[in-house]
Design a protein around this ligand. Structure first.
Ligand code: ADP
Length: 268
């Protein structure tokens, strides 16, 4: 593996659903190993379509997608081995938290003893220690979303794809989870690709942000550069109107306190 090359490369990728209108146009995008990249843009700008092509649920109409320099453009989702968390990525209601998290390991025929060990580690990671025997219905929305996250991380994927995973949570919990996700990313060093239409969310968590509009990446840059040197008026307007949260997690375990939120408004 050549570590100088990006983990993922989109090269000239296009997508049309109806054979006419391109919803993703000539997309060139490199995703670096270990980064937290957000795909940010208004509704209908092509973010989810881009993520679905990366996941393998949609095929590009033209162009190539490479993983570690190898073609995966037509590789089916289960062979890509990516972790995924979506807004309504339902847990199995009749399975316990532990069984839900173990599911990807069961599918991969991982031995039972190893499953137990990995499930415990994944639950510790998302601060749900001791919750393995509960049913999902007995958890809060934020806890359920953490179970989905543990399930996405339990098989050590090299890439975790998330599509508006916090969209169903109330504002306070959403902001709390943003800090948690950012911290988890820092600890794990796994590559995260995160779709959102919420500027504050993208700017709070990401190393880099790709700003989409009408199927085109308008700018791909780190947060500071998006503010200081927006590439056009769309980026300046869209990014400028946002609230970024700063904060840190304190303590450990499920009773951890969040030093937050201190909604900080950055200059637009
Ligand atoms: P975003 O995630 O930025 O909201 P999407 O990628 O979901 O954007 O959608 C981009 C465009 O593609 C929209 O106009 C949407 O209506 C259209 N689209 C998305 N999915 C489908 C589909 N399965 N069939 C037809 N059109 C679709």
């Amino acid at each position: 593996m050549n570590h100088a090359e990006p983990l993922v490369r989109f090269s000239g990728v296009q997508k049309t659903y109806d054979g006419e209108q391109l919803v993703v146009r000539a997309l060139d995008l490199d995703i670096q190993r270990g980064e937290f990249l957000s795909l940010l843009g208004p509704s209908g700008s092509g973010k989810t379509t881009t993520l679905m092509m990366l996941a393998g649920f949609e095929s590009p109409t033209a162009g190539d997608i490479l993983l570690d320099g190898k073609q995966i453009t037509r590789t089916p989702p289960h062979k890509r081995n990516f972790g995924m968390v979506f807004q309504n990525y339902a847990l199995f209601p009749h399975l316990t938290v532990g069984q839900n998290v173990a599911y990807p390991l069961t599918v991969r025929k991982v031995p039972k003893a190893e499953q137990a060990d990995r499930v415990k580690k994944a639950l510790d990671m998302v601060r749900l220690t001791g919750m393995a025997d509960r049913l999902p219905a007995r958890l809060s929305g934020g806890q359920q979303q953490r179970v989905a996250l543990a399930r996405a991380l339990v098989f050590n994927p090299q890439l975790v794809l998330m599509d508006e995973p916090l969209g169903a949570l109330d504002k306070q919990l959403r902001e709390h989870m943003q800090i948690e996700l950012k911290e988890l990313h820092r600890q794990l060093g796994v590559t995260f690709v995160y779709v959102t239409h919420d500027q504050g969310e993208a700017l709070t968590m990401s190393d880099r942000v790709a700003v989409f509009n009408e199927g085109v990446i308008q700018q791909l840059a780190d947060v500071e550069a998006l503010y200081e040197t927006p590439s056009n008026r769309f980026v300046a307007g869209f990014v400028g109107d946002s609230t970024v949260i700063t904060g840190t997690l304190q303590g450990s375990g499920t009773a951890c306190a969040l030093q937050l939120p201190d909604g900080q408004r950055l200059p637009g």
